[in-house]
Design a protein around this ligand. Structure first.
Ligand code: NCD
Length: 305
């Protein structure tokens, strides 16, 4: 039995297969519409979510399966003091696969050690968000035709943004990747990524504060939200929240084929005036999230169509 805790749980070759499958699902959805008949996905969400939970549920429904779960820790027995280890043993009796989001780093991993069914980490605190990374990689691969040889700017809350941590971990396995890490000093990438992932693997990167200065170098601009829920004080959050606002003025410096990605939700870091720019692909990205989660469910359940 296989779980997904980190994007590194799949080799580059396995990811290629997964993305090929996602591509086939996109092209021939009908072929897959009964693939998971009789199977159930449990969504165990201890933290707020729109896209991740609904795209998992939509993915399972598209495969002809069923879904059950909770979207709020307060409505589960966690509010009575039940541990995730106990909860997953129970969910194992009711479902065939489980997507779990939790505010504590490592909680889905603990669950996977006690689980009788595959567990997917749907975001654990400020740590990792592997299925968002699969979504991001599929989006880049589909729209750029490759995953290597590009300069990727990641902008915003690089300290607390789990999507950023997972994405960097996954992208360093491709050749010719350069990172431009754009953040205020207070929200720089944690040293366990800078030193243990980037430096250790000799990946080219630089850290800058101003987005305008580097815009013209980027093939991908990955914008992120300042992660309010992970701040220790509200004043600090309020100071950081308006730091980057991507607008038409800044887009003047961008390459014609630069893509703007964002895991969403957006707060104010991308002005809505950019939404109609053909380079803004964040809504398309959310659609790719369904295809890749369909491919992931099939893969972890060992179902071949
Ligand atoms: C992200 C998350 O939950 O980490 N959202 C998502 O799953 N698409 C990003 C965020 O909340 O800022």
């Amino acid at each position: 039995m296989r779980h997904l805790m980190s994007p590194l749980d799949f080799s580059v070759e396995e990811l290629d297969k997964l993305f090929d499958l996602a591509g086939d699902i996109e092209a021939h959805p009908d072929k897959y519409s009964k693939a998971c008949a009789g199977k159930k996905l449990a969504s165990a969400f201890y933290e707020p979510s729109t896209r991740t939970r609904l795209s998992f549920e939509s993915a399972m429904l598209n495969l002809g399966g069923n879904v059950l779960g909770f979207s709020d820790a307060g409505s589960s027995s966690a509010s009575k003091g039940e541990s995730v280890s106990d909860t997953i043993r129970i969910i194992s009796c009711y479902a065939d696969i489980c997507a779990m989001r939790h505010p504590k780093e490592g909680a889905p991993l603990v669950a996977s050690q006690k689980s009788l069914i595959p567990v997917i980490n749907a975001g654990d605190g400020g740590h990792q968000h592997p299925t968002q990374t699969l979504t991001d990689l599929l989006t880049i691969r589909s729209l750029k035709g490759r995953l290597g040889d590009m300069t990727i700017g990641i902008c915003g809350d690089l300290k607390f943004g789990r999507t950023v941590h997972s994405l960097i971990n996954a992208l360093i396995r491709y050749t010719g990747i350069k990172f431009v890490l754009i953040s205020p000093d207070e929200l720089r990438i944690p040293s366990y990524i800078r030193d243990d992932v980037l430096r250790k693997n000799n990946v080219e990167f630089k850290e800058v504060v101003r987005l305008e200065d580097v815009m013209g170098e980027l093939d991908i601009l990955y914008m992120t939200r300042v992660q309010r829920e992970r701040f220790f004080n509200e004043e600090e959050y309020l100071r950081m929240k308006g730091f980057y606002i991507l607008d038409k003025e800044k887009m003047k410096y961008a390459k014609d084929d630069m893509l703007i990605l964002h895991p969403l939700p957006r707060v104010n870091e991308i002005s809505v005036e950019i939404d109609d720019d053909p380079r803004a692909v964040y809504f398309k990205q959310a659609q790719y999230g369904v295809y890749v989660r369909m491919a992931l469910i099939l893969t972890l359940l060992g179902i071949e169509v």
